[in-house]
Design a protein around this ligand. Structure first.
Ligand SMILES: [Zn+2]
Length: 262
């Protein structure tokens, strides 16, 4: 999970759709589901682009397929950070109260087509025990994790830590959000992160000439710099390497004195 810098303006198709709602051409109760195919596509493309094609929660790569007009279509889910079943401007249904953070509150604002409430998440994972991200979260509201695009809370995401075995180290007060609602330390995700770090460890050992990285010398230093560079910046196609922030955290933790050369 990482801070997401939004492009700052919603796709034109979404803006036009919201105008239709205001003008009464769309029944307000339908809002998100009635979004046209074109508006939905434009929204998906923008959300994926803003995130460098990484899932907003697990940072797995968002794969794409080639669309008819030669544009890449991301294979993703549109995630409502605040669930659309609850944040809909209406009195919260009694059966949904248990999913909220504040059970006393009666009505919540309508964020169903609010651009700052929408993110790109990885597509459904079939295996039940390993459901994660928004498929797992479903109707739940996250109570501690702040909105991923809120500048004020950038620090929250920068402080996330990871073990070299691929686990996110989660402070006690965040466990419900990270583990119960999003399942970000499920076996399959931990394994995938560990696998990527293992491959990088092998590259480092090769560069150092032996497994003692402390005596790696200049060749190792260059390798670390190259890896920092590789993971920090998106590629020419705007895509980051998956698990970007986990890898950067491990490299910086292991080699605190090595910086990217200017
Ligand atoms: Zn995900």
């Amino acid at each position: 999970m990482r801070f997401i810098k939004k492009e700052g303006h919603e796709p034109i198709a979404l803006r036009d759709y919201k105008r239709q709602i205001q003008e009464g051409d769309v029944e307000p109760q339908d809002t998100f589901d009635d979004l046209s195919a074109d508006a939905r596509k434009a929204l998906q493309q923008q959300l994926a682009r803003e995130q460098g094609y990484l899932c907003c929660y697990c940072m797995r790569e968002i794969k794409t397929r080639m669309g008819d007009e030669g544009k890449e279509i991301p294979l993703m889910r549109i995630e409502h950070f605040k669930p659309q079943s609850i944040f809909n401007g209406q009195i919260t249904r009694a059966d949904l109260v248990k999913f909220t953070c504040d059970e006393e509150q009666k009505v919540r604002e309508d964020l169903r087509v609010d651009y700052y409430n929408l993110f790109c998440a990885c597509p459904e994972n079939k295996a039940n025990k390993d459901r994660h991200c928004d498929v797992k979260k479903d109707k739940y509201e996250l109570c501690i994790i702040p909105n991923l695009s809120d500048n004020k809370h950038k620090r929250f995401f920068e402080q996330l830590r990871y073990t070299d075995k691929g686990k996110i180290i989660i402070p006690e007060n965040c466990k419900k959000d990270f583990e119960d609602k999003l399942n970000l330390n499920c076996e399959s995700l931990v394994d995938k992160r560990a696998f990527v770090w293992k491959a990088i460890s092998k590259e480092l050992t090769r560069a150092a000439g032996h497994s003692n990285w402390n005596q790696g010398g200049l060749k190792l230093e260059r390798k670390v710099q190259a890896l920092l560079e590789k993971y920090k910046n998106p590629r020419k196609n705007g895509k980051y390497y998956q698990f970007r922030d986990f890898i950067l955290y491990r490299l910086r933790k292991r080699f605190p004195d090595i910086r990217i050369e200017k």
